[in-house]
Design a protein around this ligand. Structure first.
Ligand code: PRP
Length: 185
């Protein structure tokens, strides 16, 4: 899971720092990804699986630009143990509503940081025998390269800073920003 920014007291939300990806850049890239997905899945039906909560804005914008028929489902996950370190152990808080066996699944994330959340989810979903399983992440951080995640669609590679906006939070704040910024503490 995304590390919390420092050992801060609750109620300390920091502030919005420099913009890393503007609203225009985000929207243009999402249009490109949607076109790629539409071409790759032509003639097939897609099951888009979102991981709550960070991915909801990305999914909403993405699926509205995909031209193949899409079904949506969501999972909510949480890690055990310390909030400031990725433990790699993921607990499912909300599972999918429908079986995915035989379906073409696109797993959509807002950010791959350590990659631990996705590597757990990939194994879990693969065991349910979908017809195909691909990953789409709006953002990646350098850490994910260590795990060599088979990410088919990536929006932007970002440096290893704490990012907020467009779904990403700090202490549940800033998700509503239409762009990606660095958190300033
Ligand atoms: C973020 C993000 C991924 C995960 C990535 O979720 O949405 O699920 O962290 O981190 P990892 O690659 O290090 O595992 P977060 O815990 O911030 O929850 P949220 O989406 O509900 O804000």
């Amino acid at each position: 899971r995304r590390a919390r920014a420092g050992g801060r007291m609750s109620g300390d939300y920091g502030s919005i720092g420099r913009t890393l990806v503007s609203e225009e850049e985000l929207q243009a890239r999402i249009t490109e990804i949607a076109a790629e997905v539409s071409a790759d899945y032509e003639g097939r039906e897609l099951l888009v699986i979102g991981v709550l909560k960070g991915a909801i804005f990305f999914i909403a914008d993405l699926v509205r630009r995909i031209s193949v028929p899409c079904e949506l489902d969501f999972m909510a996950v949480s890690s055990y143990g310390s909030a400031t370190h990725s433990s790699g152990v993921v607990r499912i808080l909300k599972d999918l509503d429908i079986p995915i066996a035989g379906r073409h699944v696109l797993l959509v994330e807002d950010v791959i940081d350590s990659g631990l959340t996705l590597s757990y989810l990939l194994k879990n979903l693969a065991s349910r025998k979908p017809a195909s399983l691909e990953i789409c992440s709006l953002l990646t951080k350098p850490g994910h390269k260590r795990l060599k995640m088979p990410t088919r669609y990536i929006g932007f590679d970002l440096p290893d800073v704490f990012v907020i906006g467009y779904g990403l939070d700090h202490a549940e704040r800033y998700r509503e920003l239409p762009y990606i910024a660095e958190l300033e503490l």
